[in-house]
Design a protein around this ligand. Structure first.
Ligand code: ZN
Length: 199
């Protein structure tokens, strides 16, 4: 009997350790094209360590945006790998799938200093949002609603809406979500959206 408190303490420590290891996310960065113009700039001006730090910061920012302070409320992602590549379609700057992010070396080429970092981080935060966002259990993908996940990645500033919508998308998707959150139908929102002047 006297040993029980000790066992209990060991149990708590083991639990704490396993909780910690299951919530820590691994970030890896690989420059697959160190000799191309963009790949060379990546190594010289950005680099693996800088990019890993940005990925960590982006994740914190997005969890905050999605109001997911508790790891249990987030999408279960153990590791995120980023690759600098030269084989994306030339119209594509970067893309995210299966917890991998591919960044085109051409998106880095020709930029330096603050401009390079601003542009690179913009791409990084957008793609990291795709890593952490729910996708309605795969139900999103038809018509203009296929752009919904893009909208979440781009309109992150409207955080109240984004957090609510993302939370609802955990288990499924219904066009009614928009009405529930914003009091307008998708068609009304789409009309409003098209009427916003932009340059
Ligand atoms: Zn996107």
């Amino acid at each position: 009997m006297a040993n029980h408190p000790v066992f209990f303490l060991v149990y708590l420590l083991a639990l704490a350790t396993s909780l910690h290891s299951s919530t820590a996310v691994d970030y890896t960065v690989t420059n697959e094209v160190p000799t191309t113009p963009g790949g060379t700039i990546f190594d010289k001006e950005l680099g693996v360590e800088y990019t890993r730090q940005q990925m960590k910061s982006a994740s914190q920012f997005i969890w905050n945006l999605f109001r997911q302070p508790d790891p249990a409320s987030r999408k279960n992602v153990q590791s995120v790998s980023l690759f600098i590549v030269d084989n994306l379609d030339e119209r594509v700057v970067a893309l995210a799938s299966n917890n991998n992010i591919n960044v085109s070396d051409k998106s880095i080429q020709g930029l330096t200093g603050d401009e390079l970092k601003r542009s690179f981080n913009g791409v990084l935060y957008h793609e990291m949002t795709h890593i952490w966002q729910w996708n309605g259990n795969g139900q999103i993908g038809d018509g203009h609603l296929g752009n919904l996940t893009e909208g979440i990645a781009d309109f992150g500033l409207k955080s109240g809406f984004v957090a609510e919508l993302n939370a609802k998308l955990k288990d499924g998707y219904s066009p009614d979500f928009f009405f529930q959150i914003l009091g307008k139908t998708v068609d009304q929102l789409w009309t409003d959206y098209k009427n916003i002047p932009r340059n």
